[in-house]
Ligand binder design. Structure first.
Ligand code: ATP
Length: 263
């Protein structure tokens, strides 16, 4: 009985996950067990299946077989909004930001949506008050206080990405999926951004798909290496860096590149 009521050991668990497109198996028995509060970067060669894994976890795709668990509950086969309600939020690179709303309005809108504002008018008013306070807090967390009333469309790229992170975390999900959060940013912006992500995801479980080794080693507690649809290693950055199989399959050249670039 205890097993039913006790909290799960893992925030995200993949069990022998498989996904085929037509006759081609792309995810080929992936296993992964991420503990609550861990920050995990998923890395691997182009076409290894990283985005497909993300899509399977967030419910955009249904696995051909195997299981996906969120905090111990099966989520494979559920719809993205159901998975979101169960505590998993994924960023969709700007598309979850309303361009013609201000920064503050975007945050408040995301908050009201997740607070379920649509019940009664009285409830709406009290929730509006809560949402305003929480939106101010989020604004500080993503360091856009100075841009409070600027329309999202008029923000520079890196600040749009920061707003997108704010909108993603607004619902209070405890598992956050970010797709290449610093893609397209300068080195200085990237450094600043990683620090911001670290702060706003404190205590949460974070999964990122990432190509930039500087970001990987700056952000991740653990790295999952995906090669040819399987997780071939899941360990601390130091252990993954030293892993012979990973070196051979993928990482050697990428780490060398990152080190040469001064990360
Ligand atoms: N909907 C789909 N239908 C058919 N094939 C697909 C589909 N989605 C992905 N694939 C194929 O699955 C393989 C893995 O793609 P995926 O985008 O998951 O890899 P990735 O590791 O994220 O690559 P990258 O690092 O280049 O983004 C690729 O060969 C891709 O062409």
């Amino acid at each position: 009985m205890n097993a039913v009521t006790s909290a799960s050991d893992y925030a995200i668990e993949l069990r022998d996950l498989r996904k085929s497109f037509g006759k081609t198996e792309i995810i080929r028995g992936a296993n992964l067990a991420v503990r609550p509060g861990e920050r995990v970067a998923i890395i691997g060669p182009n076409g290894a299946g990283k985005s497909t894994l993300f899509n399977l976890i967030s419910g955009r795709l249904t696995p051909s077989s195997g299981e996906v668990l969120l905090n111990g509950q099966r989520i494979d086969g559920k719809k993205p909004y159901e998975i979101n309600r169960m505590g998993l939020a994924r960023s969709f690179q700007i598309t979850n930001v309303f361009p013609k709303l201000s920064v503050f309005e975007n945050l408040r809108c995301a908050l009201l949506w997740t607070m379920g504002y649509r019940y009664t008018f009285m409830r709406f008013l009290s929730r509006l008050h809560d949402a305003n306070a929480r939106a101010e807090e989020l604004l500080r967390m993503i360091q856009l206080q100075g841009k409070r009333d600027v329309l999202a469309v008029n923000l520079p790229y890196a600040e749009q990405r920061a707003l997108e992170i704010g909108v993603t975390i607004a619902g209070g999900a405890d598992v956050i999926l970010l797709d290449e959060p610093t893609a397209g940013m300068s080195r200085a912006e990237t450094k600043h951004f990683i620090e911001m992500i670290r702060q706003v995801t404190e205590g949460k479980t974070l999964l990122t798909v990432e190509h930039d080794m500087g970001v990987v080693f700056g952000l991740a507690d653990k790295i999952a290496v995906v090669v040819y649809g399987e997780v071939i290693a899941f360990d601390t950055p130091e252990a993954v860096r030293a892993n012979q199989r990973v070196q051979e399959a993928y990482l050697g050249s990428s780490v060398a590149d990152a080190q040469a670039a001064g990360h």
